[in-house]
Design a protein around this ligand. Structure first.
Ligand SMILES: *Cc1c(COP(=O)(O)O)cnc(C)c1O
Length: 401
């Protein structure tokens, strides 16, 4: 079929809330995606890190096939034969006592906020508790979450907003210290600001925040929806710091293996004690198909040592990229396979570079105007990195005005 039919129907019938690159994908296998003509590209976005396991992973497909022969949706009105094992496996892997399953990342963030508020009221005994969040954050798109976004466009036209948040500088312990008051019940942040342009805080920052939280009886809540599950070369980004394990950990994206949204909030029994039947819920959250998919997705991350591969290939890739000499590059930074190439303003935005890379068989998406994000599936091999590196070098060194 002609490519234009896909573009036109999408443009005609789908609200205009995205500005996609001009490519129509019809097939995905591993790190590769294929367009309607069968041309292949390496996927350097990985569904914003939901595809850490690569496209159409065999083992996850097998788990889906097996589960749909049984049952796909029970609702939480009944038990099912998958959720308990999913919860146990995720809790044991991440080192938490309990989890609450949801679907999308934003829902899990909302869940963490509700948990913090109820914990604040009934355990810390603070009425209308306040949650500290960081400038330049990204936690999703619901009204409550954009209420504490500092991105003008995310908020414009959507007021009135939810109260109860205080915005502080990211990567400043002093800012946390100064912002803490009797009303503070939680701190919510990303360990690395991914959407915000791959901003990596100083070593010791997360430990410092965790310590301030412990000292002041405040919940330390980390959103590892994008950074977690191997993306940054550790299972979770907080592991780069010493003793920075959060009280509440939020995961999503790659928990799905790219098949079906699955997210979760992890914490201790004592914190989850405030949640009673009927307090919170979701029709699809924790359904048996989602649980089977998440179990298989976690299994692939462990069995195929994707975290280790992300660490090794990521370091190799980052070092290679740093040898590129281009007048457009301001800085290259990253951890594991979450890498950002920040361009100077005079480069005229990262978009045109992403478009040029597309013609060279690499699909990337700019983030924050001037950053090219490189986040391939964690199954990527060295020769594929070498292939991509040559293309990126060519585009960055040759692209002129
Ligand atoms: C993607 C993302 C979210 C939102 O997840 P959705 O599934 O799109 O709702 C929240 N936090 C972070 C850090 C993310 O990267």
């Amino acid at each position: 079929m002609d490519k234009n039919i896909f573009l036109e129907t999408t443009k005609q019938y789908c609200a205009n809330n995205y500005n996609p690159l001009d490519v129509v994908l019809t097939k995905g296998r591993g790190v590769w995606v294929y367009d309607e003509k069968g041309r292949k590209y390496i996927d350097f976005l990985s569904g914003y890190s939901a595809l850490n396991q690569g496209h159409n992973h065999r083992l996850i497909i097998d788990a889906i096939k097996k589960q749909i022969k049984g049952i796909t949706l029970t609702s939480r009105a009944f038990y099912n034969d998958q959720l308990g094992f999913f919860a146990k496996e995720l809790c044991q892997l991440a080192g938490y006592e309990m989890m609450l399953p949801m679907n999308t990342g934003a829902e899990a963030v909302e869940t963490a906020i509700k948990l913090a508020r109820k914990w604040g009221l009934y355990q810390k005994k603070v009425k209308y508790g306040e949650i500290l969040v960081c400038k330049n954050n990204f936690h999703g798109r619901t009204i409550t979450i954009i209420s504490f976004s500092t991105e003008q466009q995310y908020r414009d036209g959507f007021s009135p907003f939810t109260k109860g948040f205080k915005i502080i500088e990211f990567n400043s312990l002093k800012a946390v210290k100064n912002a803490i008051s009797d009303k503070t019940i939680a701190v919510l942040m990303e360990p690395i600001q991914a959407e915000g342009g791959i901003i990596i805080p100083d070593k010791g920052y997360l430990t410092g925040v965790a310590n301030l939280c412990r000292k002041n009886n405040i919940l330390f809540m980390l959103d590892e929806i994008q950074t977690g599950l191997g993306r940054i070369g550790k299972l979770f980004a907080y592991e780069y710091d010493y003793n920075a394990k959060p009280d509440v950990l939020i995961v999503g994206k790659a928990l799905s293996g790219g098949f079906y949204p699955v997210s979760a909030v992890l914490s201790s029994k004592s914190i989850f004690r405030v949640i009673k039947p009927g307090d919170h819920g979701s029709t699809f959250g924790g359904n048996p198909l989602a649980s089977a998919i998440a179990r298989a997705s976690l299994n692939v991350i462990i069995k195929e040592k994707l975290t280790e591969n992300s660490y090794l290939q990521g370091a190799y890739f980052l070092n290679s990229l740093k040898t590129i000499k281009s007048k457009w590059i301001k800085e290259i930074r990253g951890k594991g396979l979450l890498i950002g190439i920040e361009l100077h303003k005079k480069a005229g935005g990262a978009r045109r570079f992403c478009e040029a890379l597309m013609k060279e068989s690499l699909l990337c998406k700019e983030t924050h105007e001037n950053v090219i994000r490189l986040a391939p599936p964690l199954i990527i091999k060295r020769e594929q990195i070498d292939f991509a590196f040559k293309k990126i070098k060519k585009i960055l060194e040759n692209q002129n005005k």
